[in-house]
Design a protein around this ligand. Structure first.
Ligand SMILES: *[C@@H]1O[C@H](CO)[C@@H](O)[C@H](O)[C@H]1NC(C)=O
Length: 457
């Protein structure tokens, strides 16, 4: 038997073994090479027909990290009732520039362009373009902040608002955000595929992330179970959003979004303040604003340049700035940053790095555009000049860092969430039933809530 043949047979055996294991663990391979979430086991996403109060919203959904679909809550809103394309185009302020993507199937490598909002509206029906940008200033007075977020105590936690506008047919990658998200549908409909990250201790999330940035390279139209076996095991929640619906997606929940028909949605990202937010009573929320529209609020990420955008998108507020930013900050103190400088800082940052020296030189090599062995002001200027260059470099540095770290943030968040969820159940703020749907057996044992310590109570 020649070498080719034996190799063929060997890989055949491996495939058969693999297939039979896969078949054992989930009956069949239904869904293989099919769109994401089209087969498998499912969970029900909680549904309410009106906005819950701030307190309920945080205790039952935000703090424990449980998604929620709010049906029909905005059917009578100004954007649904009064916005149309001729209003957009004829408004004198619609010259404001917005970021437009050229492909509808999201591809995070493709560069984006900036055009006047008016031009986008004139062209989006005939061209394959997609607006992903902050809500234009002149439209903000028409958009109410989703009701449960109208609370003084959380105003400083608002990170960003984004308008997603297209003629339908867009598909996002499977990804997770480092922020909590409320997305509201003002035109058209969406199907959102959610993956429950809470019930499992699996490392499935590591397996699906091909490139750091918390998104997966999986083809969402044809999910390859051979390459991503965990996607055959995981539990999906399918949410169909119609005009007037809002959806809460907790931070770090993997999701994939498909839009249909002429489509306009706006989402608000806000940080997770965990236990600080278990008691948002009306008194604590303060007096409601007379006009709780987006123009009345400050969003942390507004009008920021690429560098501070990146800084803000670090996982959770209060955490260390991402490496590339930290290095640029070091540049302010020193005129140049060397491998030794990075090494010193990196060792303090993480004790679990496998080879900090190696990592430090890789980082310097990535950021050292002029190839003089250090990161200096000239490198910085070049990165500032070209946003895309900076983002690519930042991505690469992050990628390098993550390869040297054993612990993924998802695990930590999952642990913190579980603790807080038990606490909420113990205090009677969240029902055992609701918590169990998402956390499974991790909440109760023999009628007792697990993990109860004196200090937690
Ligand atoms: C478009 O919206 C404006 C402002 O709400 C309204 O006055 C106008 O009648 C609408 N036009 C159409 C064609 O619906």
């Amino acid at each position: 038997m020649n070498a080719f043949k034996s190799r063929f047979i060997l890989s055949y055996i491996i495939v058969v073994l693999f297939l039979s294991r896969a078949v054992e663990s989930h009956d069949n391979l239904q869904g293989h090479m099919e769109p994401l979430g089209s087969a498998g086991s499912y969970f029900d996403v909680p549904l309410e027909n009106e906005f819950p109060s701030t307190r309920t919203f945080f205790n039952n959904y935000v703090v424990p990290g449980i998604p929620l679909i709010m049906k029909g809550v905005l059917v009578d809103s100004t954007p649904v009732k009064q916005w149309n394309d001729s209003f957009f185009v004829s408004h004198p302020d619609s010259v404001e520039e917005v970021i437009v993507e050229n492909v509808k199937k999201e591809n995070r490598v493709k560069p984006k362009v900036k055009v006047p909002f008016r031009d986008f509206v004139t062209e989006y029906k005939s061209n394959d373009i997609y607006m992903v940008n902050e809500v234009p200033q002149f439209l903000r007075r028409d958009v109410e902040l989703p009701e449960p977020l109208q609370c003084e105590a959380i105003e400083k936690d608002l990170i960003a608002n984004v308008m997603w506008f297209s003629n339908g047919g867009t598909k996002s990658v499977l990804h997770a955000d480092g922020y909590n998200n409320v997305i509201c549908q003002y035109r058209g409909s969406k199907r959102v595929v959610l993956i429950n990250m809470l019930t499992t201790d699996d490392d499935w999330d590591k397996e699906i992330i091909d490139k750091v940035g918390a998104y997966s390279g999986v083809d969402v139209d044809a999910v390859d179970y051979m390459k991503y076996p965990s996607l055959a095991r995981t539990r999906y929640g399918i949410v169909d959003m119609s005009t007037g619906d809002c959806l809460f997606i907790p931070l770090l929940w993997y999701h994939q979004v498909n839009s249909f028909e002429n489509n306009l949605a706006i989402n608000i990202w806000f940080v997770d303040a965990g236990s600080r937010h278990v008691d948002l009573t009306e008194e604590r929320c303060g007096i409601f604003r007379s006009r709780p529209t987006l123009d009345q609020y400050r969003f942390e990420q507004e009008n920021s340049d690429a560098a501070s955008d990146y800084l803000d998108s670090s996982l959770v507020k209060g955490s260390q700035p991402p490496l590339p930013i930290k290095i640029l900050l070091l540049l302010k103190e020193k005129k140049k940053v060397s491998t030794e400088d990075v090494l010193k800082w990196i060792k303090d940052l993480r004790k679990d790095l496998r080879n900090p020296r190696d990592l430090s030189s890789r980082i310097i090599a990535t950021m050292d555009i002029n190839r003089n062995g250090v990161v200096d002001v000239e490198d910085y200027k070049r990165m500032r000049k070209n946003e895309q260059t900076f983002l690519n470099i930042a991505d690469e540095v992050d990628y390098a860092l993550n390869k040297y770290i054993d612990v993924q943030p998802l695990e930590l968040v999952r642990e913190q969430k579980l603790k807080l969820t038990r606490l909420l159940v113990q205090r009677g703020l969240l029902t055992v039933e609701k918590a169990t749907v998402f956390y499974g057996k991790k909440i109760m044992d023999n009628g007792r809530v697990l993990g109860a310590t004196k200090s937690e109570l």
